[in-house]
Write a protein that binds this ligand. Structure first.
Ligand code: BES
Ligand code: ZN
Length: 617
């Protein structure tokens, strides 16, 4: 009887396209994911062997990708691909059939590969195309040293599929090895064990032995050098930048050891940072073992290194415990903002941490205001189905996420909260997390245990900021506000009170101009502090934003703004300035600059600014 039932159910399942009974839905390892075509519960990749050539003349990467797979009796495996040319596919060494499905603007195309139930490996021969969004090919002119070209990749959120065919969902984790051939004058580095010197023949071998999500696979190629900070930290940069970068980031080993004291061992062995050319679209990207960073943080005085603390913190929140889907993005970024600020506090004290937290709090208010007509965007748990995950990657995930965790910390006390977080990272290392799973873990391991009632659901599943939010204050900023008021009222500045101001105080000063401030005061401040020519990119950026807001044109600031927008591709910076143009009804002026700047931008920055300014490609 039982046998008959199995035969019968197998026949039915066979006819409906499955071959054997699958696991119960609740026991499935992977959740439904709107941003990947992969069906990992059927067949999943576990390891990648990449063998590629980086061709700077044709601006393409080509080669082969071989995957180890785990097959749950499926006759097909689906990878994600976008703007790739797929040449041939093999299953266990035999050429096999494949099909590229319909193209979707966001997701690209499913690459459906025929396999047998016993198939262990598949190999895809492919090349990238001129549409490939992850890659930015830079001319020598766009680099610091101006003599060699440069290439870097950006995988997060769903761009890895544009340079490697892959199951591009954050809930899938794989190890990888790579062989990368580059012109012999250049060096290649990846999110893996890296060379510290150039190889005379331009061939580099990489190993990432810990499982990581596909968005963390990264490559940079350029005329770069390495300089160690400690036996497990160091920097890569172009020659003319090496010493400056080394000085700027010289506290990196201290950051790693403070982070370890907080939330457990740094498990990735090496923590290096590569400083890329200025078109890099982010402040930083937490590629495991090798953070990618913008040169705009090299201020000369270590004042913008909270970026390094943030990317380092991702070694726990993000790279070790990873958001399962992009709807859970706040689990990556909110935790990382919290952890990053804790690292800064441990190294530089409470004043610095308070200032960083308060700037974030003000950014959150701006974002809440921006979304006042679309309040669903201000929930922590998102629903990005049918949308580009980039749409959800705004200040809400970062700063409402931070405020939630800080409020929790203040409610339960730091000691208990730290103990909880440490266990959380330990227990879920090398796995992925959904918001729902986190909420359950939180109530069981922190709230119920300590008999604390907390409005977790309100924080996570509803719009806006709940009433029990932690109040963030900074004495330093209170003082800045007092001085600003005083300068305006007296029509004079006293530079001895500003002499020891940090970058954060200057940023606060500039961002807090009253809305009725007069031109003469803008001119007075510019004359006294030469804000237009600030060599600190953050101060310059907020000043340029205000110059646009207040229609200030003194000190040749317009030429400076244009120059900044053309050279810097950091999305947050340039979008802040373009937004100011838009708010002030100056889209036409912005477009004149943007036409010149756009060719220098990476696709993620260009896409954002295209939308913002209504730019027609
Ligand atoms: N992981 C992000 C960068 C990112 C976010 C890339 C979304 C692609 C999609 C990185 O850790 C980050 O948050 N960078 C920030 C800096 C940070 C100090 C807030 C940035 O680039 O400004
Ligand atoms: Zn981050």
């Amino acid at each position: 009887m039982r046998k008959l039932f199995i035969i019968l159910s197998c026949t039915i399942l066979f006819l409906t396209g499955c071959t054997t009974p699958k696991q119960e839905k609740s026991a499935l390892k992977y959740v439904d994911e709107p941003h990947s075509y992969a069906q990992p519960n059927e067949a999943v990749i576990t390891h990648l062997d990449l063998d590629i050539v980086v061709d700077f003349d044709r601006e393409i990467i080509n080669g082969k990708a071989t995957y180890k797979i785990e097959n749950n009796n499926s006759l097909q495996i689906i990878l994600d691909s976008k703007f790739l040319k797929i040449e041939k596919v093999y299953a266990d060494g035999n050429e096999t059939e494949f099909l590229l499905g319909d193209f979707d603007e966001q997701l690209g195309q499913p690459l459906k590969i025929n396999i047998g139930k016993e198939t262990k490996n598949i190999t895809v021969y492919y090349s990238t195309t001129d549409k490939t969004e992850a890659l930015q090919w830079l001319s020598p002119q766009q680099t610091a040293d101006k003599t060699h070209p440069f290439l870097f990749t950006q995988g997060e959120a769903i761009l890895t599929r544009t340079w490697i065919p892959i199951q591009d969902s954050p809930q899938i984790k794989l190890t990888y090895n790579a062989t990368v051939k580059v012109p012999s004058e250049l060096m290649a580095v990846m999110s893996a064990e890296n060379p510290k010197k150039k190889n005379y023949n331009g061939e580099y071998h990489f190993k990432m032995q810990q499982p990581i999500s596909p968005y963390l696979i990264a490559l940079a190629v350029g005329d770069i050098e390495y300089k160690a900070i400690s036996n497990r930290t160091g920097i890569y940069a172009e020659k003319s930048m090496v010493d400056k970068v080394h000085y700027e980031f010289s506290d990196m080993e201290k950051m790693v050891s403070s982070a370890e004291k907080l939330y457990g061992k740094y498990v990735w062995e090496q923590f290096d940072v590569i400083v890329l050319p200025p078109s890099f679209p982010f402040g930083g990207m937490e590629n495991p073992r090798l953070t990618f960073a913008t040169p705009t943080v090299i201020a000369g005085d270590k004042s913008l290194t909270s970026l390094v603390a943030h990317e380092l913190a991702h070694s726990w929140s993000g790279n070790l415990v990873t958001n399962a889907t992009w709807d859970d993005f706040w689990l990556n970024e909110g935790f990382t903002v919290y952890f990053g600020i804790r690292i800064m506090e441990a190294l530089y004290g409470k004043d610095r941490a308070d200032m960083l937290a308060l700037i974030d709090r003000q950014d959150l208010d701006e974002e809440l205001e921006r979304f006042k007509d679309t309040p669903d965007e201000t929930k922590l748990k998102l629903n990005l189905k049918g949308r580009n995950p980039d749409d959800g990657m705004n200040s809400i995930a970062y700063n409402k996420g931070y405020l939630f965790l800080r409020t929790l910390e203040e409610t339960v006390g730091r000691e208990k909260f730290d103990e909880f977080l440490k266990k959380y990272f330990q227990k879920h290392a090398f796995s992925t997390m959904t918001t729902e799973k986190f909420v359950a873990y939180l109530s069981e391991n922190l709230l119920e245990k300590n008999q604390i009632t907390f409005n977790t659901d309100e924080w996570i599943y509803t719009a806006g900021v709940p009433g029990n939010q932690a109040i963030i204050k900074s004495d330093k900023f209170d003082n800045v506000e007092k001085e600003l008021k005083q300068f305006i009222e007296s029509n004079a500045v006293t530079t001895d009170v500003t002499r020891n101001w940090t970058t954060q105080e200057w940023v606060h000063f500039v961002r807090n101009f009253p809305s009725d401030m007069e031109q003469k005061h803008l001119a007075m401040f510019d004359k006294a502090f030469d804000l237009t020519n600030s060599t600190n990119s953050y101060i310059a950026m907020v000043w340029y934003e205000q110059a646009v807001n207040y229609d200030y044109h003194g000190n040749n600031v317009d030429a400076k703004i244009e120059n900044f927008l053309i050279n810097v591709g950091r999305r947050w910076y340039v979008s802040t300035i373009y937004k100011a143009y838009k708010r002030s009804d100056k889209v036409k002026e912005a477009l004149i600059i943007y036409n010149k700047a756009r060719p220098n931008y990476h696709s993620v920055t260009a896409n954002t600014i295209d939308d913002l300014l209504g730019f027609q490609k």
